[in-house]
Design a protein around this ligand. Sequence first.
Ligand code: ASP
Length: 339
Amino acid sequence: MQGNPRAVEEVVHNTTERGAIHMAESITVMTTGGTIATPRDYRQRRLSAKDLAEALNSSDQRITDAHVAWKDFASRPSNAITCDDVLSLLDRMEKEIAEGAKAVVITHGTDFMEETAYLLSLFWEYDQPVILTGAMRSAGSISADGPRNLEAALRTAESPRAQGRGPLLVFHDKIYATGEISKVHSWDTDAFAAELGPLGTINQWNELHFQRETIKRKTLPRPTSLTEPVALITASMDTSEAMVDALVSGGYRGLVIQGGGRGSLPPRMMEAAKYAADNGVHIVIASRCAFGGTSPGSLSPGIIRAGNLNGVKARLLLLVAISLHGYDRDKIRETFDAH
Ligand code: ASP
C-alpha cells in the first residue's frame, strides 16, 4: 500500500488482498485506555479515540482500506477495568456488529489484558473478528509500539481470513487466540505468549499467515454481572491453612489455588482446601507453572482441577460458572470439563 489518501475516517473503494474490487467495509475501533493511550508525559490527559486516529493518520502510509469509526469506551489503565466493564464492552461490540461493523478492534492496557481476552473468548459467538491490541511503550515515546500494533490489528480486522477464528490478540506482529494468551514479560514489546504459540503472524507488508486453527470451545451464555467473591491464591513452600481459612471466613465461596507442578499443595493447605470443599466452597486447583496445566483425575471428590487453564483464567471461569449456575457443583465441574 502506498501514499495518500489515507483511509482513517474515510470510506474508500479498494482492492482486497485477493485482488477483487469491493466497497470498503467498516471497522469500529474502541479505546479503553492503557499505555497505548498514555502520552509520554503521563501527567497529561490520556489519548482519546480521536487522538489515536489522528496519530495514525499523520503517518504517510495508508493504514487500512476500510472505513474506521473511532469510539471511546473508557480511558483507564487495565488494572481499573472490571469484569462488569468487559460485559458492557461486549454489549457495545455486539451493537457495533448489529449496526453493520465488519470487525471491532479494542485498544486495551496490557497488564490485565489476559482477563479481558479470556472473557471475550468465553462469550464472543460471532464470525466477525474482534481484535485486541495495546502497547508496551507510551504513545509519543521514540520507539512507541502502539501505532504498529494498531495498524496490524486493523489490517487483521479487515482481512477475510480473520473471520470465524474467534477473538484475536494482535501484538508484536503475532496473532493469538485471546483465550490462550498470557502477558509473560513486564517491559519487552513482545510481551505475550501462548502455550501452543500464535495462530499466525502479520509481517511488515501486512501479509497474514495463519499456521493453525483456533481451538474452538462452545461459548457460554453471558451473565448480567460478574461480582461473586472468587479469589485466586498461590501455594508456596510451607503455606499453611491460614489463607484458605481467612478467605472462607471472609465470605469467599469460590477459591482458585495455584499449586506446584500438576497441582500439588503443601499438606496443611490441602487439608484446609478439602475441608472447605466439603463445606460448600468451590475449590479449583490450577498449576503455578506457566505451561502444562494440572493432571487429570480427581484430587479429592470436592475439588475441581483447572486442566490447562492457569489461575487467572480458572478464576474467571469459576466466577462465570457460579454466576450462571449458582453453587451447583456438578454444573460447575461440567463447565470446567468443557473448557
Ligand atoms: N499499566 C498499563 C495498563 O495495563 C500497562 C500497559 O498498557 O501496557 O493499563
